[in-house]
Design a protein around this ligand. Structure first.
Ligand code: PMP
Length: 459
């Protein structure tokens, strides 16, 4: 028997948090639980409720919570050496070697590594700085719907206006171009008959001497827009952006902070698109256990910046390196990327079946285990933000942690650990069905027995 969510003890933690912590806190507003402990895909709150975690620390916990092999490696490192600025150490050397090894073969010798301050946003700032210095140019092209972080420069290249409300323009010279977000085409076209006009618009604007867009220092692309609502670039769009930038001599930065380290079924999302970027930003899942670390992988031709051009005290987190080495060993040993592809197909199929049963589901999309379900009012097409919130709340009460995102927060997002099992995916889908049953009076009965799943849905 579950206690209410939040339970009596959780409520006390949350009340103290509201009293003491910043108004800018975010997750506990929608996911009001206080966590006692976690293991694998499971999280237990302080009242003893257990949840399936399909948020995974916003994509950080790629191997689930507290993976034993990663815990062992980090624990060993803890008594050896913990903080090393950017001095070389054995564990850092191995981490660096493995990061390069994980790149497609053709890129390994071409790329160098820079250790950034330990957040995704810091990595994005570093990538922008690298390209500005290397090209001597200062504009950046970014895409509508993209998210890149909460520091001044990263906010300036983020599509979401709300994210920088009240702060103003943190970095001049940013041009936003349309992304291949086909459910609501930014150019008002139909995906089956368009010619990837969003990429054509970029191409022509850059070439147009009267187009008002200076040649940029870089084009910054999030191949699967995570916070933007799990929106994957179409393959043709991604390839054309690569062609356009390569032809014009503009470095292409891919922000793989959320997509990296296996989330989309390849080590980096760009591999799935068959493109080779010039700069890769990676962070979240690098350590495999939530220890902060961020890196750039970039073409040596861009290595023009001066000694100390992007420094930071916390660039030498040896615990994160130890975790990262162990995490890659686990990914290789356990064929985790294959699991991502298989579980992604399973989850997607279950979400699509739910989509057939609820008129609120406007789209099921994503790549690998970075999936989204966009909700819209079936009667007037208005965004389904309130409905998404209601499903999220019902899912939580039933034992499933989900995030919402995208425009108006109308998209349910599914980001389980990459090690999620078949049974866990099945159970999560059944818990989601239960949530739909509770909030959507028109939710149709299952068409066949296999889609209403496990005991968890009815228990
Ligand atoms: N880029 C992307 C694609 C992200 O998803 C995020 C975080 N959600 C960031 C950058 C910023 O990372 P951080 O919060 O670690 O600064």
């Amino acid at each position: 028997m579950r206690t209410p969510v939040p339970g009596p003890i959780g409520r006390q933690y949350l009340a103290r948090q509201i009293e003491r912590e910043s108004n800018a806190r975010s997750y506990p507003r929608r996911l009001p639980i206080a966590v006692r402990r976690a293991e694998g895909t499971l999280v237990e709150d302080v009242d003893g409720n257990v949840y399936l975690d399909f948020l995974s620390g916003a994509g950080v916990l790629s191997l689930g919570h507290n993976h034993p092999d990663v815990v062992a490696a980090v624990t060993r490192q803890l008594s050896v050496f913990t903080h090393g600025l950017d001095l070389p150490t054995p564990v850092k050397d191995r981490f660096t070697e493995l990061q390069l090894e994980m790149l497609p073969e053709a890129m390994r010798r071409r790329m160098k590594v820079h250790f950034c301050g330990p957040t995704g946003a810091n990595g994005v700032e570093a990538a922008i700085k690298l390209c500005k210095i290397a090209t001597g140019r200062d504009n950046i092209v970014a895409f509508q719907g993209g998210f890149h972080g909460s520091t001044a420069g990263a906010m300036a290249v983020t599509g979401n206006r709300e994210a920088r409300a009240g702060v103003g323009n943190g970095m001049p010279g940013v041009h936003f171009f349309p992304f291949s977000s086909c459910l609501r085409c930014p150019l008002g076209l139909q995906p089956d008959s368009c010619e990837t006009n969003c990429a054509t618009y970029l191409e022509r604007s850059l070439a147009d001497s009267h187009g008002g867009v200076e040649k940029p220092a870089a084009v910054l692309l999030e191949l699967v827009q995570g916070e933007g609502g799990s929106v994957p670039a179409t393959p043709r769009f991604a390839r054309r952006v690569r062609e356009i930038t390569a032809r014009a001599g503009i470095p292409l930065i891919v922000d793989e902070v959320q997509t990296g380290c296996g989330r989309t079924g390849t080590w980096f999302a760009f591999e799935g698109y068959g493109i080779e970027p010039d700069v890769v930003v990676a962070s979240k899942a690098l350590s495999g256990i939530g220890l902060p670390v961020a890196i750039l992988l970039y073409d040596r031709a861009l290595d023009k910046w001066a000694p100390g051009a992007h420094i930071g005290t916390f660039r030498g987190n040896q615990l994160a390196f130890a975790g990262g080495v162990a995490a890659i060993e686990v990914v290789r040993r356990d064929n985790v990327l294959l699991n991502v592809r298989e579980r992604a197909a399973q989850l997607r199929q279950r979400l699509e079946r739910i989509g057939k049963r609820s008129r609120w589901v406007a789209d099921v999309r994503g790549a690998g285990l970075l999936l989204g379900m966009e909700l819209a009012d079936p009667d007037n097409g208005a965004d389904g933000a309130q409905f998404a919130r209601a499903v999220q709340g019902a899912a939580l009460r039933n034992g499933l942690i989900l995030e919402v995102g995208g425009r108006s927060d109308a998209t349910l997002r599914f980001m389980p650990p990459l090690t999620v099992t078949q049974v866990e995916v099945d159970t999560a889908a059944s818990l989601l069905e239960q949530a739909f049953r509770e909030v959507d009076p028109g939710f149709a009965p299952a068409l066949d027995s296999s889609s209403s799943g496990t005991a968890a849905s009815d228990g």
